[in-house]
Design a protein around this ligand. Structure first.
Ligand SMILES: *Cc1c(COP(=O)(O)O)cnc(C)c1O
Length: 392
């Protein structure tokens, strides 16, 4: 192979604008490129690598499982997937789990489950799902149908039907769409790609109440904000409410491709054998990772650590905001925060890369901070020092 970038650009279908950096390996919260240049990582592979790079306990568990058994299909049982499902249910308050290979598949499954629940109840196929403007739920055609960003949808219509869009945190806009055919309401507890917007407490509690009254399923997409990132294991736990269905992925396996949808109560019993499937879904390899992730989270009190270092990050970003005229807003919780600028942030992101810092955007004007959950205060200081330099 001549050159990695040339070869990739010549052979990948062109769906991404990539940065001209070839990443080679990682260590802790740092990444290294093929020339040995070191980067402080405040993106974590888009909110995936919660434990950082090279966690020995995690790596050893995966290496052992590779030698033992990688894959079985779902026609048989295996220990790692049973254990991973138990741990997800214990941590989330859900009753049953279905494992997928990605976030978008988790959302697809959640939508199918909601449709199945409605069909069981009414015997008709005219159930409607309410989703939010500016949301992001994935790129396959079902999850894209509930993604409230027309620019991602336009060329790929017709998408799944029966979807209506309300405004996030606007309870009246949701109410005005509800009718006897409403089968589910789906949103991200904290919107990620859309720009780091948290659900208001009054909004999420009111939605829960409406869903209870009308037997509508509340689906919370915790793919980005879940797994400790908000300072709670799952972001909805901050509000004292419980959804009927959750979706999870990204940090669930901390680097191996795994996601899930999980359901509680009656929703957990709605599907029957034959309704859904996945050849790889929840194989022993990825579920060893999931189990290990939960084990390490508990042992090292990762969630408590996120609360503490997240508060520190909040303080530091507030300081930056107060010092700079170009920052118009600062939002977020735990280690999922955003700074909104009065201009596109592409140049800041590129300048930061030159200075050895990886940050990403969420929309044109917003820098999104989703570092590994194991960062320390000193890494926050290192990040803000570089960012300051790159903002001017
Ligand atoms: C990333 C993301 C998805 C899609 O996950 P993939 O693994 O990329 O398919 C869905 N919902 C939310 C909230 C996400 O952040």
């Amino acid at each position: 192979m001549k050159n990695c970038i040339e070869t990739a650009d010549a052979h990948f279908i062109r769906t991404y604008n990539r940065f001209p950096i070839v990443l080679d390996h990682g260590e802790g919260v740092y990444l290294y490129d093929d020339k040995g240049k070191k980067y402080l990582d405040f993106a974590a592979g888009i909110a995936v690598f919660a434990l950082g790079y090279g966690n020995k306990e995690y790596n050893d568990a995966l290496k052992n499982q590779i030698d033992k058994l990688l894959h079985t299909s779902n026609l048989f049982y295996n220990e790692p997937s049973a254990d991973a499902a138990l741990k997800i249910c214990e941590a989330s308050g859900m009753d049953r789990v279905f494992f997928t290979n990605s976030g978008t598949e988790a959302v697809e499954g959640a939508l199918k489950l909601a449709r199945r629940y409605f069909y069981n109840k009414k015997g008709t196929n005219d159930g409607e799902i309410i989703a939010m403007n500016k949301s992001f739920h994935g790129r396959s055609t079902g999850s894209l149908a509930v993604t409230g960003q027309p620019k991602y949808q336009e060329a790929f219509r017709p998408l799944m039907g029966g979807i209506k869009f309300a405004d996030f945190n606007d309870i009246d806009s949701v109410r005005s769409l509800i009718n006897d055919n409403t089968c589910a309401i789906i949103f991200e507890t904290i919107q990620g790609e859309g720009g780091i917007y948290s659900a208001d407490e009054s909004f999420i509690k009111e939605i829960r109440k409406i869903c209870d009254e009308k037997d509508i399923l509340l689906i919370l997409d915790e793919i980005q904000c879940g797994m400790g990132r908000s300072g709670y294991m799952f972001a909805y736990q901050a509000y004292g409410i419980k959804p009927d269905i959750i979706t999870c992925a990204k940090a669930l396996g901390c680097g191996v491709p795994v996601g899930c949808f999980a359901a509680a109560g009656k929703a957990a019993e709605a599907m029957v054998p034959g309704d859904h499937g996945s050849t790889y879904g929840g194989n022993p390899f990825v579920c060893t990772a999931v189990s290990k992730v939960f084990e390490i989270f508990e042992k090292e009190d990762i969630v408590g650590h996120v609360k503490e270092v997240g508060d520190y990050l909040f303080e530091k970003l507030e300081e930056l905001k107060n010092e700079s005229d170009s920052i118009v807003s600062h939002r977020g919780k735990g280690l999922m925060q955003g700074l909104e600028f009065n201009r596109p942030v592409g140049d800041i992101i590129k300048a930061a890369q030159k200075e050895g810092l990886i940050i990403i955007s969420a929309g044109a004007n917003i820098i999104r901070f989703v570092p590994p959950l194991v960062i320390e205060r000193s890494h926050v200081d290192e990040m803000t020092a570089i960012l300051k330099k790159c903002m001017n």
